[in-house]
Design a protein around this ligand. Sequence first.
Ligand code: HEC
Length: 184
Amino acid sequence: MKNSRLPPFTLPLLALPVAAGCTGEAPERPVPVADMQELMVSVMEPAAEAYWDGVGEVLTEEGVHQFRPLTEEDWTSLRNAAFVLAESGNLMMMDGRARDRGDWMAHSRTMVEAGRLALDAVDRRNPDAVFDAGAEVYYACRDCHARYAAETLRPSDPHSAPGPEEAPDPGAPEADATDGGDGR
Ligand code: HEC
């Protein structure tokens, strides 16, 4: 059998329309307000936390307590968070934010797709799918950080592998005393 792999990721085409758009007067175009750190801390992280907090389990004295969305409001908050996550991927592709036209765009696109998956899980009212989509969201964060923000490998979240000893997490926002649910 022939091993006919797909050619390596091709991206040069993406760059063309951008270059072509640079002539003449500046058209109305989006202008970033948050810098990258602010976008992460004020937009992405809260949305991710809201989504990750939707489905899971905590250890209590009575044993493992599973939590999941119960009310219509719970589902709506998850849905809102999923939209923020998906659209954040688009925000990261804006001129002024995009670090390059290659890997950065691919990671941002992955973020959009993970957000879409998160949304789909909510629309199916499927807690297991919400949990799984939460993992995909986490991978999207982690993989971009591995490439572009090595000091921020792990956003704080329940999907990160607990590891034998708690690794230092310089990327986690300092004020994370809100849940205290898992006591780690
Ligand atoms: C397309 C790339 C990309 C994706 C996807 C991404 N990040 Fe980031 N993130 C970055 C970069 C770059 C930084 C470093 C920002 C800086 O300080 O310049 C960062 C930094 C952070 C920080 C640290 C901010 C600080 O205080 O220094 C947090 C928290 C964070 N990201 C959370 C997330 C979460 C949560 C997700 C997923 C839901 C996510 N990020 C997805 C690129 C990304």
